[in-house]
Design a binder for this molecule. Structure first.
Ligand SMILES: Nc1ncnc2c1ncn2[C@@H]1O[C@H](COP(=O)(O)OP(=O)(O)OP(=O)(O)O)[C@@H](O)[C@H]1O
Ligand SMILES: [Mg+2]
Ligand SMILES: [Mg+2]
Length: 534
């Protein structure tokens, strides 16, 4: 994590970056600022045109799985020996997560140097007609600067939003393009039908540049095919990666859908290798074994906040109960189901995992005996599943929450309580180091809405199964700490208070293992990670 508090050079850069966050409406036509083609003016100002035209780029759009696909691709090509640059979004804790060099977040020193190079030049050369770029556009320009200056062998770019008018789409001649799973997300901006969404994403296709996608709904696929044929793009559909190709190892990113993303990444990398004259390591077909470097890349890839499990470091598991967080930034209907399924399966594997993780180094007893003793100990502990949730107001909780609840129920998992908290402000997403002081004026009407949806769902789903088979006592939420207590839920003024309640509850219920699913928003995931990963 970055050093330095307020007033440090890093903090100063983040302040400058925050000044680019605007609420300017898309209808504001007072200057050229929102037009796509000003991006080319910025490239000229930063002297990046030549460098970009020579970059060996993999460009990925999609509704879900972009970041994962890019992460797999980066890891594969790095393991093939290439010097890699990876640009993804959003970030969870620190903005530097968006820029990886050789698989590692860019260091503070380099970040600062490139940041001010771009910021100062643009400040100097922009004017009333062409104002400073907006936040995401600036970050994309910065990525190009970083990758050009660092002379990466391959630049892997995740589209920020949509495709056609995304800042990353200034790229004219990528080596290969990918479209990950298409679904409904950001409909408020990109249009309502799957066909329209597909059309927007296909905006990254470039004349004659090969493209790959995963199996898509017909409506989306036909649009992709049409756009591809207009541009003479050879579009191929890649099946999910066959598990057997991994020599018994597991993908670095977990969840069924990651096989789709991994399959896409393998196709993108193979094509990149062929087209850049490295066919000696390329992977040519379904039936061949995967090259060793590909397997290494796929099984070691990692991305924060996606199906990530973290034990709360503040809880002493020897003397008290346990608190384990399950993070997944799912925020669309489809990904909600994927996330619910992952959580349900992960908590079942959990007790065995625990034992493996905590196996002592000085193994005086036979390991079998040790495992048995701890299995017994773990079995004594009941578990309680808690949901910690927030989503943006543009999402529909009447779609997201039922999907989550149903998918968990199918797997026999029932939440003991749902906790709803407000998000930390956007400014602090950028300025990243500490959470802002709790604000008693915070508007919680959205959290009350979420709570109502949840309580209604619980009422309608009542009866049938015994919901709280695992835990007998009721988990009480003291009204002094939460704002509104429901039978199955609570709303908190702030995330910090919700975490405090969780930690207190663990102290008070020593026999219970708390398994908290944090989902609905990557911002929320980032905020919780920032608290528990200190
Ligand atoms: N192929 C997929 N199909 C459905 N859901 C997926 C798929 N891949 C990932 N997800 C879900 O979406 C979440 C985000 O994954 P990822 O970061 O790879 O996607 P993204 O397209 O970069 O998303 P974002 O819009 O947040 O940038 C994951 O946590 C997972 O729940
Ligand atoms: Mg998205
Ligand atoms: Mg992403």
């Amino acid at each position: 994590m970055a050093e330095g508090g307020k007033g440090s050079p890093y903090e100063e850069a983040l302040d400058a970056l925050s000044s680019l966050i605007t609420k300017r409406s898309r209808a504001d036509k007072s200057n050229k600022g929102d037009r796509f083609d000003v991006l080319f003016d910025y490239l000229k100002m930063l002297d990046l045109e030549d460098a970009i035209s020579q970059m060996k780029i993999i460009h990925v759009a999609g509704t879900k799985g972009k970041g994962s696909t890019c992460t797999f691709a980066e890891s594969i090509l790095r393991n093939c020996g290439f010097h890699t640059g990876l640009f993804t979004s959003p970030h969870l804790i620190d903005v530097r997560e968006r820029f990886r060099l050789d698989g590692v977040d860019i260091c503070e020193e380099k970040f600062l140097a490139y940041f001010w190079y771009c910021f100062d030049r643009l400040k100097e050369k922009t004017n009333e007609d062409i104002p400073m770029p907006t936040y995401f556009r600036f970050l994309a320009l910065l990525a190009f600067k970083i990758f050009a200056a660092e002379q990466v062998d391959v630049a892997i770019l995740e589209v920020g939003l949509g495709g056609k008018f995304d800042a990353t789409n200034v790229v004219q001649a990528p080596v290969v393009c990918g479209i990950s799973s298409l679904g409904y997300d950001h409909m408020e901006i990109l249009g309502n039908t799957l066909g329209e969404i597909a059309g927007e994403k296909a905006g990254i296709f470039k004349h004659g540049v090969p493209a790959f996608t995963v199996p898509q709904p017909d409506e989306a696929m036909s649009v992709l095919e049409e756009k591809a044929s207009q541009l003479d793009v050879h579009l191929q559909v890649v099946p999910p990666l066959d598990d057997n190709l991994l020599n018994g190892q597991k993908l670095g990113l977990v969840g069924d859908h990651q096989y789709l993303n991994a399959g896409l990444a393998v196709a993108l990398c193979s094509t990149w290798l062929q087209k850049t004259g490295h066919s000696e390591v390329s992977y040519l077909g379904q039936t061949n074994p995967l090259p060793e470097q590909f397997i290494e890349g796929l099984t070691t890839a990692s991305l924060q906040g996606r199906a990530q499990i973290v034990s709360d470091p503040y809880i002493d598991t020897e003397r008290t109960g346990d608190l384990v967080f399950y993070f997944d930034g799912a925020h669309s209907p489809e990904s909600m189901e994927v996330c619910a399924k992952w959580f349900s399966l992960a908590i079942k594997e959990d007790s065995q995992q625990q034992i493996l993780n905590y196996q002592p180094q000085d193994n005086s007893q036979s390991s079998h005996e040790w495992v048995q003793r701890h299995l017994d100990k773990t079995a004594e502990k009941n578990s309680a599943q808690i949901l910690l949730f927030n989503c943006m107001t543009v999402r529909d909780p009447n779609v997201l929450l039922p999907r989550l609840l149903k998918t968990c129920a199918i797997h026999g998992v029932h939440f003991k309580k749902a906790l709803f908290v407000p998000n930390v402000s956007v400014y602090y997403k950028v300025g990243s180091h500490s959470l802002p002081p709790t604000d008693s004026q915070v508007d919680l009407s959205w959290q009350f809405t979420l709570q109502r949806v949840w309580e209604n769902l619980m009422q309608t789903n009542k009866g049938g199964e015994d919901k709280s088979a695992d835990v007998d006592e009721d988990l009480k939420v003291d009204t002094a700490i939460c704002v509104r207590n429901g039978e199955n839920s609570a709303v908190f003024d702030s995330l910090q208070l919700a975490i405090k309640w969780l930690r207190d509850s663990v102290q008070q219920n020593k026999s219970i293992r708390f398994q908290v699913l944090v989902t609905g928003s990557l911002h929320l995931v980032g905020d919780v990670l920032r608290i528990v990963k200190k």
